[in-house]
Design a binder for this molecule. Structure first.
Ligand code: ZN
Ligand code: ZN
Length: 152
């Protein structure tokens, strides 16, 4: 499964940045597009390995960084010292709610939050690059929370 617009964006980005255009890098892009949800670089590497890919761990890591630079992928930090990534292709912009007990991640969009970073940048004389908005909370429903499930 190839996503043609993404391939073109990445190719152009690599060319403009004088980065080498290698088939391994596009293999990583394909794997990113297929991956459901949020993942660490190692999660992606292991999934590719399981599918008999010969792409090295180092290539997965540095290709992810390149994909972040050209905005095809977002970097997420959910407060547990583990960098996670997610593809920007299938989904609209969203923010995250994270359960501090079980680590469940829920995505949401809210027009007020979407407008706020621009508003603040305009007021302060900045041009926005990116923003992150995470809410750390606890599942209300203890049955839905893995943390409590494991205890009982
Ligand atoms: Zn997300
Ligand atoms: Zn929970």
């Amino acid at each position: 499964m190839k996503n043609q617009p993404a391939v073109e964006i990445f190719k152009l980005f690599l060319k403009n940045g004088k980065n080498r255009i290698t088939s391994e890098r596009f293999e990583v892009l394909d794997a990113v597009i297929e991956y459901q949800g949020h993942f660490g670089a190692d999660d992606l590497y292991i999934q590719m390995k399981n599918r008999k890919s010969s792409v090295s761990r180092a290539t997965v890591y540095n290709t992810l960084e390149l994909l972040v630079q050209c905005s095809l992928v977002s970097k997420r930090n959910f407060g547990d010292n583990m960098m996670r990534y997610e593809s920007n292709l299938k989904k609209q912009k969203h923010d995250h709610l994270i359960c501090v007990d079980c680590g469940r991640i829920v995505e949401f969009t809210n027009p007020k939050i979407n407008a706020l970073p621009d508003e603040i940048c305009n007021e302060m004389g900045f041009k926005i690059e990116s923003y992150s908005f995470n809410i750390f909370a606890r599942c209300n429903n203890t049955k839905a929370c893995k943390h409590y499930k494991n205890k009982s």
